[in-house]
Design a protein around this ligand. Structure first.
Ligand code: UT7
Length: 305
C-alpha cells in the first residue's frame, strides 16, 4: 500500500502485526461488547447487575449516542447508565480513575471500564507515517468494592490542549463538519506529527511514572509490573529505564496489535492476566492525543484462576 518495509517498522516501532475489524457497519461497540461479554462470563457476573459502563474511545460508532450506551444494549446491561471518555491513548486511565471514585464513595458496586478503538476507521492507508502504527482492539475490566488493601491506590492525570496540532483529526467535529471539501482533502483521518509526539511522550510518560512511584514510596523492586501504553517500543523502554524497572516486568504486546489507542492497556492486562497475582503492585502509564498523559498505581485484586 505504501513505500515502507518490515525492517523500518520493526526497528522504529516494535510492531509486527495489527488487527482490523472487518464487516459492514461494525463499529467500536462490537469490539467493546465482545470484551464485556467475555468479562461477564469470566467473572460470573449478571449483566443486569452492572451499575455503570464507561467506554474510553476516540472512534465512537457515531458522534452520538455514546458507544458505551450501545455496548450496554448489546450485552444486556439494562440497569446501567453509561458514557464515553474521549481522551485518546490516556482514555482508559481517565475512565479507570473516574470509575474507582464511584466505587470508593460506595455509590455503585459493579462498574465496567472499556478501552476500545477501531483505528482502521480513521487511518489513512496512503499515509505511511500513521498506517503502519494503528490497529483495532480493546478490552474491559470490572471494578468492585473490597475491604482489603487492593485496587486503585493512586492516579496522576494531566492534559495540555496546546498539543492538539500534533495529533488530531481535522474534520468531522463541530469546528469542521463533513463537506465535499473536507473529504477531498482527506481531513477525516488521524493526523500525527510523529517525531514531536514522540519527544513529548518519552519525557512525560517516564516522568509521571517515576513521580507516582516516588509519591507512593515505591522502589523499582516494589513494582511487579509496568503496563505502558503501546505506542512505540522505544517510548516503553525509556519509561521502564527511568523507573529502573527491568524488561521482565514490562507488559509488551505491541508486536501483536500495534497501537490500539484506548485499547492498549486493557489488552495488556488481558494478555498477562494469568501471570498476575493478588497484591501485585502495578503501574499503568499512558501518553497520547490532547496531549493527555498520566499514571495509575494499583494493587491487583485476585490470583490467576
Ligand atoms: O499513541 C499516541 C501517541 N503517539 C505516539 O506516541 C507516537 C510517537 N511517535 C512515534 O512513535 C514515531 O515518531 C513514529 C514511529 C511515528 C515515526 O518514527 P520516527 O523515528 O520519529 O520517524 P520520523 O517521523 O522522524 O521519520 C524519519 C524518516 C522520514 O524520512 P526522512 O525525512 O528522514 O527521509 C520519514 O519520511 O522515516 C520516514 N518514514 C518512513 N519510512 C519507511 C516515515 N514513516 C515511514 C515508514 N516506512 N512507514
Amino acid at each position: 500500500m505504501v513505500d515502507t518495509n518490515d525492517e523500518w517498522i520493526t526497528s522504529r516501532t516494535g510492531i509486527k502485526e495489527r488487527r482490523i475489524l472487518k464487516g459492514e457497519n461494525q463499529g467500536t461497540s462490537v469490539i467493546g461488547a465482545g470484551a464485556v461479554k467475555g468479562l461477564l462470563e469470566n467473572t460470573g457476573t449478571d449483566a443486569r447487575d452492572i451499575d455503570l459502563i464507561i467506554c474510553a474511545t476516540v472512534t465512537p460508532d457515531m458522534v452520538f449516542p455514546a458507544t458505551a450506551n450501545l455496548i450496554a444494549d448489546k450485552v444486556g446491561a439494562i440497569n446501567s447508565f453509561s458514557f464515553d471518555i474521549s481522551d485518546a491513548c490516556s482514555g482508559f486511565l481517565y475512565a479507570l480513575s473516574i470509575g474507582s471514585q464511584f466505587i470508593e464513595t460506595g455509590k455503585y458496586k459493579k462498574i465496567i471500564i472499556v478501552g476500545a478503538d477501531k483505528m482502521s476507521a480513521i487511518v489513512d492507508y496512503t499515509d505511511r507515517s500513521t498506517c503502519i502504527i494503528f490497529g483495532d482492539g480493546g478490552g474491559a475490566v470490572l471494578l468492585e468494592p473490597t475491604t482489603e488493601e487492593l485496587g486503585i491506590m493512586d492516579s496522576i492525570l494531566h492534559a495540555d490542549g496546546s498539543g492538539a496540532p500534533y495529533l488530531h483529526m481535522k474534520a468531522g467535529g463541530s469546528a469542521r463538519p463533513a463537506t465535499i471539501e473536507t473529504l477531498t482533502a482527506r481531513e477525516h483521518y488521524a493526523f500525527q506529527e510523529g517525531s514531536t509526539v514522540f519527544k513529548f511522550a518519552v519525557t512525560n510518560m517516564a516522568e509521571v511514572s517515576a513521580r507516582i512511584m516516588a509519591k507512593n514510596n515505591l522502589t523499582a523492586a516494589d513494582v511487579d509490573w509496568l503496563v505502558p501504553h503501546q505506542a512505540n517500543k522505544r517510548i516503553i523502554d525509556a519509561t521502564a529505564n527511568r523507573m529502573g524497572v527491568g524488561p521482565e516486568k514490562v507488559m509488551l504486546n505491541i508486536e501483536k496489535y500495534g497501537n490500539t489507542t484506548a485499547g492498549t492497556l486493557p489488552l495488556c492486562l488481558w494478555d498477562y492476566e494469568s501471570q498476575l497475582k493478588k497484591g501485585d503492585n502495578i503501574i499503568l502509564a499512558a501518553f497520547g492525543g490532547g496531549f493527555t498523559w498520566g499514571s495509575v498505581y494499583l494493587k491487583w485484586g485476585y490470583d490467576p484462576k
